[in-house]
Design a protein around this ligand. Structure first.
Ligand code: C5P
Length: 298
């Protein structure tokens, strides 16, 4: 969550896209949620959150993906703010601005990253003592992906996504994110998943290069891929398009889809691959971005 100072008393923070380098479904809980084993990193692409003084809590959404979103009380960013306000008895409000640059319902945690960014940002904006509350617990109440977005660093996650262990330092690498213009519903994808549970265990060691990382990930998978392709077959087309690009080390779906990513050694290879896909599929959202280990780094 890189931060910039703008007008006095306002904060601007980036809510970075979350990428599941692999995602295994290891069990199903009686409450319907699934236990996961996943390696999460972030991409150098983000929504932008601004927090400014106001007597009450308000949300204004702008940006290329603003249209698909409600700014009402069911918006996760606003829910996060309201939850924190209630938990702390905060008398002040806040004018929240959300510039929605990432596609919605797309497996890269956009809504979760926004909510986490609002939580973390308001802690500073309202000068709340972190020791005074269970922020991780609040994040989890908002959604299974929110705790790791709040953590903001490469992490192995387990449980429903709430058990977080810092990942080893990962090598410099680039990603190309491809969203073929469809939104898929996370509950539907989990529901449609068939087959047994996959419990391969955590990968050990720290890969030294992007190629090593791809090799390291090749024994892992995203267990939601077939279910998501069953709902939106174009996801399979996006994966094929990534695989066919020159220098693609690995192509995989993130989260419950529909966004897929390709892994590349450097920015040049990623830029070439993104340009190639964008040219053949002008209606898709295609972006090259560095893989980030730590979104809090300047
Ligand atoms: O927690 P969140 O609201 O993001 O989850 C959306 C839905 O995705 C849940 O209602 C559940 O159907 C599914 N899910 C799951 N197991 C997880 C995370 C999400 O089954 N670990």
């Amino acid at each position: 969550m890189a931060e910039a100072a703008n007008e006095s008393n306002s904060l601007t923070r980036n809510a970075a896209a979350k990428i599941n380098l692999y995602l295994h479904v290891t069990d199903r809980r009686p409450d319907g949620y699934h236990e996961l084993d996943s390696l999460v990193v972030f991409a150098g692409l983000h929504d932008v959150i601004t927090l400014g003084p106001a007597p009450s809590l308000t949300l204004d959404i702008t940006g290329p993906f603003a249209d698909g979103l409600s700014s009402g009380p069911d918006n996760l960013a606003l829910k996060a703010a309201e939850m924190l306000r209630q938990a702390t008895g905060q008398p002040q409000g806040c004018a929240i601005g959300l510039e929605k640059r990432l596609p919605i319902a797309s497996g890269i945690g956009g809504g979760s990253a926004d909510a986490a960014c609002v939580l973390g940002g308001l802690m500073d904006f309202w000068r709340i003592d972190p020791k005074s509350l269970d922020l991780h617990g609040l994040a989890l109440e908002l959604g299974a992906d929110v705790p790791v977005c709040l953590y903001g660093r490469g992490a192995y996650i387990s449980g429903v996504g709430d058990e977080i262990i810092k990942a080893p330092t990962l090598p410099p690498a680039w990603l190309v994110l491809v969203n073929p213009g469809v939104s898929v519903s996370t509950p539907e994808v989990f529901k449609a998943r068939k087959g047994s549970f996959n419990i391969p265990g955590r990968l050990e060691g720290a890969p030294a290069s992007a190629a090593h990382l791809a090799e390291f990930l090749s024994s892992r998978y995203n267990d939601l891929t077939e279910a998501a392709i069953g709902i939106a077959p174009v996801i399979g087309t996006a994966l094929e398009a990534l695989k066919e690009t020159k220098d693609c080390l690995l192509a995989r779906m993130s989260g419950s889809g529909a966004t897929c990513f390709g892994l590349y050694e450097d920015s040049g290879a990623a830029a070439r691959a993104a340009a190639e896909i964008a040219q053949s599929q002008p209606g898709w959202w295609v972006r090259p971005a560095p893989m980030l280990d730590d979104t809090r780094a300047p």
